[in-house]
Write a protein that binds this ligand. Sequence first.
Ligand code: FE2
Ligand code: FE2
Length: 231
Amino acid sequence: MNDREDRDTTATVDSIGRAFMRRLLAVPEGRRFMLSITVDAEEGDESGVFDQLAECVDDPVLRRVVMTHRDDEVRHASLFRGCLDRNGWEKVEVPDEMRVIREVADGAEPQERTITTPEDIVTAYALLLVIEERGVQRFGQIADAFRPHDPETADTYLQVARDERGHVRYCTRIGRHYAADEAAWDAAVARARAREGDAFGRVGVATLSYAHDRGWVDTGALLAEFSLPSA
Ligand SMILES: [Fe+2]
Ligand SMILES: [Fe+2]
């Protein structure tokens, strides 16, 4: 595939993603499910990565950045839980295959799960960087799709997306600081991007079929919008 075809494919996938989100969030069950997915993602630090990073990051200024980042994610989760509450909804259980942070972590080698060396810090921050970038890209789309149904939640997604932009800068700053050189940082980011891209694709397909099975989204009509045959 040449560069142009590559860009066209990315643009089509992006448009399908937006169209899917509009359809999913047009139904209350879809909005509740999306908020539940988001809470899980914001609370996704199950293995305590930030606490491990805070232990390893020896520079006090950078250690404060790690803690601010951790505290922001806790606050984000409570903002999204507030959106569920305002709608009178309990968070629903999200199946594992739709929990993107877990999917990304599942692709990790066992030795990558504990953070002790500068290389571990670089690997962890490269992964956090690509996850944050995905948040920045997706939260704007999710906000647009929420807007007609629940403008307050739409605003929450935009507010959180602003913080995630700051987190992208945190990740780059700390990752570069501990990388042996610029090439080592770029290589770590490229590896993380590949792993996160695979996980994001798997989660996307799982979510599409979950929403289809429950009658929230007619995927046949969605794909027909893009002149694609349904599977
Ligand atoms: Fe967040
Ligand atoms: Fe973040």
